[in-house]
Every structure is written in structure tokens, then in C-alpha cells.
Design a protein around this ligand. Structure first.
Ligand code: UT7
Length: 332
């Protein structure tokens, strides 16, 4: 019997309406459109506004659209994983909230946190349940309301991040497509360079932590850049080498959208051309767990059954990894 693989059978993305442009950021902090474009490649990002609206709003938008376009009933979903670093609350899991609002009642759902690599981690985890035969329709959501942890007085971080999310539907297949291989890495010593200082159990929030602005992202940009540019490029090249994939075999690279320079370095290392790379950082910025599904959603109509696609990401932790998949369907 052929091996069961996890095929991606649908994708959908969702971003909020409100847009924060570089021109607007120029009025908020000491920055310029020129600096932001040259150093990051970002022009604008979407921001989720509204009292009480959290990451689940982004996830619900993506999942409802996914169910509708794939003609899937919420009752058929038997598992849902949400990759996020900005859960609605410390608990319950945002995945539970998304499932509830989408009418998904027969799934076991939970969150996964691997920072910017979270969508990859969640995708690999979900694929194992599908490959084992225990779960038939699994949703992986990647979503972040980064604006909730961004310090809009810190010019080094506030220009980078945006809000958004996307979701994949995974189903079993015995055809030669779906998730073919993955390489995942973690190095916890990287924590010092990228983290949120307060709000967790090590340093619960107090008036002092709020005054010290410790509930926002802390990032040593240059240090993270060095690790990101090396590790994301290396792991994308490594998965090609491991599977004897040549540059001409690759249809698309789907890179985490953290910085245009990191994306270009990864493509160079893989030996592929820029027009084979999904890039939408200019319009969305870094949506953390949202970047990969938002790319695939935007490129869905250009994908063909059998296309070799490499996904790659690097993020806080440090965490990084790559997935090789074969696309499972032609445009519908
Ligand atoms: O997604 C998760 C993982 N995260 C990443 O992959 C992010 C990796 N890091 C980066 O993408 C880049 O390091 C940044 C975009 C965050 C920063 O770019 P950079 O080229 O590394 O800039 P830098 O931190 O070395 O700063 C260069 C200069 C500094 O001024 P001085 O010290 O040379 O006078 C900064 O203060 O640019 C200054 N600067 C800015 N200037 C205008 C920092 N932010 C800004 C800004 N506008 N927004």
C-alpha cells in the first residue's frame, strides 16, 4: 500500500482592513520611508483595530473562508492547530476560540508557539496526525495580532510588524504529493536576542513592568539578522540537498517575510531566481505566524499539481526550519 501523506487541499488568508503606511509611521517615530524600504522592503502593514479584538478574529476570518471555499462542513474537521505568539488570552488556547466561532465542534484544538517558525512547526505536527491515519481533515492556522505587542515608540521594531493570518486544510492522500519532508531546529540560547520580557510566569505583569515597556517585543535586530540570514538559507538549501532537489526542480520558495534581505539571501543560497519566490512583505510586513499561509493564499492560482515548494522560516527561540511539499491540486 502506498504511504499516506498529508496533502494541502485548501488555503485561505485574512487581513484586517486598516493599513498603517510608512508615511504614517514617519509621523509617529523618527524614521523614513526610504530607511524602511531599503532595510526591510516593507511599505505598509495591516492593523487589527477595535476593542476586544484579538488574534482569533484573524484566525476566524481565515478558517471561515477556508471552509467555505473548500466546501467543508465544520463538523468534518477533527483537529485544529493555531500557531501564534499573540494568543487572545494566556488561556484558553486561541485555537479553541477559533473553533468555537467557526462552529467546529468535533475537533481537538490547541495552540503552538514557535514564534516566526510556528506555522512550520504546526504544519509538521498536523501532518503526522494525518499520515498516521487517525485524523482526516485538519486545519493549521497561523495568525498574529503583532500590533498588540509592538511598542510604537520603538522605531527599530514598530516598522516591521503587521497583523494577519492564514489557514491550510490538510487531508490524507496516497498520491505522490503533500508534505514530503521537513527539517526543524531549535536553539534556546537565542532567547536573549528576541523575546518579550514581562507578562509570562517568570515576570508577571505589574505596574513597573508596564512602565518599563517590558510587555512589548524586545529584539536585537542585528544579532537576529545574522542568525536568520544564515540559518534560514542553510536549512532551505539543506532540505534540497537531502532530497536531491536541484534549483530547476523547485517551482516556489515560500520564505518567512521578516526582511527582504533575508529572503533574497535564502533564494541565492538555493540557487533560484527571485521570480520563483513568493514575496508580499511590502504590503503586509512581518505577520509572524501569518506570513507563510498569506503568501501561499496569494499565489494559490499560480500553483500547479506536483509543483515542488520549499517553505522556510526563522524566528524567536531561536527556531527555524524548512518543509518540502508537492502541491496537490491545480487552480480550481
Ligand atoms: O521574524 C523574526 C525574526 N526577526 C528578524 O528576522 C529580524 C532580523 N533583523 C532585521 O531585519 C534588521 O536587523 C532590522 C530591520 C530590525 C534592522 O535593520 P538593520 O539594518 O540591522 O539596522 P540596525 O539595527 O543595524 O540599525 C542601523 C541604524 C541605527 O542607527 P545608528 O546606530 O547607525 O545611528 C539604528 O538606530 O538605523 C537606526 N534605525 C532606524 N533608522 C530609521 C533603526 N530603526 C530605524 C528606523 N528608521 N525605523
Amino acid at each position: 500500500m502506498n504511504k499516506i501523506r498529508a496533502a494541502i487541499t485548501g488555503v485561505h488568508g485574512w487581513v484586517p482592513e486598516d493599513v498603517l503606511t510608512n508615511a504614517e509611521l514617519e509621523k509617529m517615530v523618527d524614521t523614513t520611508d526610504e530607511w524602511i524600504m531599503t532595510r526591510t522592503g516593507i511599505k505598509e502593514r495591516h492593523i487589527l483595530k477595535g476593542e476586544g479584538k484579538g488574534t482569533s478574529v484573524l484566525g476566524v476570518g481565515a478558517v471561515k473562508g477556508l471552509l467555505e471555499k473548500t466546501g467543508t462542513s465544520p463538523d468534518e474537521i477533527d483537529m485544529l492547530i493555531c500557531a501564534t505568539v499573540t494568543p487572545d488570552m494566556q488561556f484558553p488556547a486561541t485555537a479553541n476560540i477559533i473553533s468555537h466561532h467557526c462552529g467546529i465542534k468535533n475537533a481537538f484544538s490547541f495552540d503552538m508557539n514557535a514564534a516566526c517558525s510556528g506555522f512550520l512547526y504546526a504544519l509538521v505536527t498536523a501532518s503526522k496526525f494525518v499520515e498516521s491515519g487517525t485524523h482526516k481533515k485538519v486545519i493549521v492556522v497561523g495568525a498574529d495580532k503583532m500590533s498588540s505587542i509592538v511598542d510604537y515608540q520603538d522605531r527599530a521594531t514598530c516598522v516591521i510588524f503587521g497583523d494577519g493570518g492564514g489557514a491550510f486544510l490538510l487531508e490524507p492522500t496516497t498520491e505522490e504529493c503533500g508534505i514530503m519532508d521537513s527539517m526543524m531546529h531549535t536553539d534556546g540560547s537565542g532567547m536573549i536576542h528576541l523575546h518579550q520580557k514581562a507578562g509570562g510566569s517568570a515576570k508577571p505583569p505589574t505596574h513597573d513592568t508596564i512602565d518599563a515597556r517590558e510587555h512589548y517585543i524586545y529584539q536585537e535586530g542585528q544579532a537576529v539578522f545574522k542568525f536568520a540570514v544564515t540559518n534560514m538559507a542553510d536549512v532551505a538549501a539543506a532540505i534540497m540537498e537531502k532530497n536531491q532537489l536541484k534549483p530547476e526542480d523547485i517551482a516556489w520558495l515560500v520564505p518567512h517575510q521578516a526582511n527582504m534581505r533575508i529572503i533574497e539571501a535564502t533564494a541565492r543560497r538555493m540557487g533560484i531566481q527571485k521570480d520563483q519566490v513568493m514575496i508580499n512583505i511590502e504590503r503586509f510586513g512581518n505577520t509572524t505566524n501569518g506570513t507563510l499561509p498569506l503568501c501561499v493564499w496569494e499565489w494559490e492560482n499560480q500553483l500547479r499539481k506536483g509543483d515542488n515548494i520549499v517553505l522556510a522560516a526563522f524566528g524567536g527561540g531561536f527556531t527555524w526550519g524548512s518543509i518540502w511539499l508537492k502541491w496537490a491540486y491545480d487552480p480550481k
